[in-house]
Write a protein that binds this ligand. Structure first.
Ligand code: ZN
Length: 291
């Protein structure tokens, strides 16, 4: 078969954020899905956009890339977010007829076999990517990036394996990990999580790389960090700024991502992140507002 695959959003117009960053993880899953499909002999085009500076431009770039190829399916990879409590996997299609709907059902079923709640396939003809692509299209919301439960269960490799299983019925396992990851000299996850909280592993991407290089599963450590910190931080040094200002600064990256963002926003984290997510949903990231 012939597929178009892309990760949603880009690093300029970022997606959702919570326990982990959507845009960082959708690219990892996208890359793994592509390599597994190629390993099975399929033709795959990567239609991810890294250039756009607005949400609208990002969507239109993705659709232009998709429509430049004649394919059987377009696959859009995303992570969901809501209120920190919602969890599970779901997918969207333009209608409930034809190959996209059938494949989407198989994908959410395969992802739910990993333990994620199966929220089903939803029909939404208003989504730009579903509406504007010429081939049948599926938007996969792998799981919720603001759910500690989903973050604890999530792993890019198994997520990609499930998506490929849903698309093809075949399982392509991971290639062997580098020797460094087989080194058994490891501390407990609890110990490492406390070191992360104390700042000994840096932040963001450098933290992820350092943990992976030391042989730790980043998702597991980060989930433990979130569990220790609690999904709503009780930091006493809550910023006193107004909500819109905090939302703007969050979107501009002033508070970093993941646990760093939680720590920086303290008791304001939940309401600020909720507004950030609503701005992402309504595509008002460039001129944030309060909903
Ligand atoms: Zn998204």
């Amino acid at each position: 078969m012939i597929f178009n695959i892309h990760g949603g959003h880009n690093r300029i117009v970022v997606g959702a954020c919570g326990c982990f960053s959507e845009v960082e993880e959708d690219r990892k899953v996208k890359d793994l899905v592509i390599s597994k499909l190629i390993a099975l002999g399929h033709t795959v085009y990567d239609c991810t956009d890294e250039q756009a500076t607005t949400q609208r431009e990002n969507l239109s770039n993705i659709v232009s890339k998709c429509n430049a190829h004649k394919v059987d399916l377009d696959i859009s990879i995303h992570f969901n977010s809501f209120n920190g409590l919602a969890h599970g996997t779901e997918a969207y299609t333009y209608d409930n007829l034809g190959s996209a709907y059938k494949a989407a059902c198989q994908i959410v079923n395969a992802i739910s076999e990993l333990g994620f709640k199966n929220r089903g396939v939803k029909v939404n003809p208003s989504y730009y990517v579903l509406r504007k692509t010429t081939a049948p299209a599926i938007l996969v919301e792998c799981c919720f990036c603001d759910s500690a439960e989903d973050a604890g269960r999530y792993n890019a490799e198994s997520m990609a394996t499930a998506i490929v299983k849903g698309l093809t019925g075949q399982v392509v396992l991971a290639s062997p990990k580098p020797a460094v990851n087989q080194n058994p000299v490891k501390k407990s996850i609890d110990e490492i999580a406390r070191e992360v909280i104390n700042g000994r592993w840096g932040n963001g991407e450098s933290r992820r790389q350092a943990l992976v290089q030391a042989g730790y599963d980043y998702g597991t450590v980060q989930a433990k960090v979130n569990q220790i910190l609690g999904c709503v931080s009780s930091s006493p040094s809550a910023p006193s700024n107004n909500l819109l200002d905090l939302v703007r600064k969050t979107i501009n990256g002033s508070f970093g991502n993941g646990a760093a963002r939680r720590a920086a926003l303290g008791s304001r984290y939940a309401e600020v992140q909720h507004q950030v997510n609503l701005n992402i949903k309504h595509q008002t990231m460039n001129n944030p507002r309060i909903y």
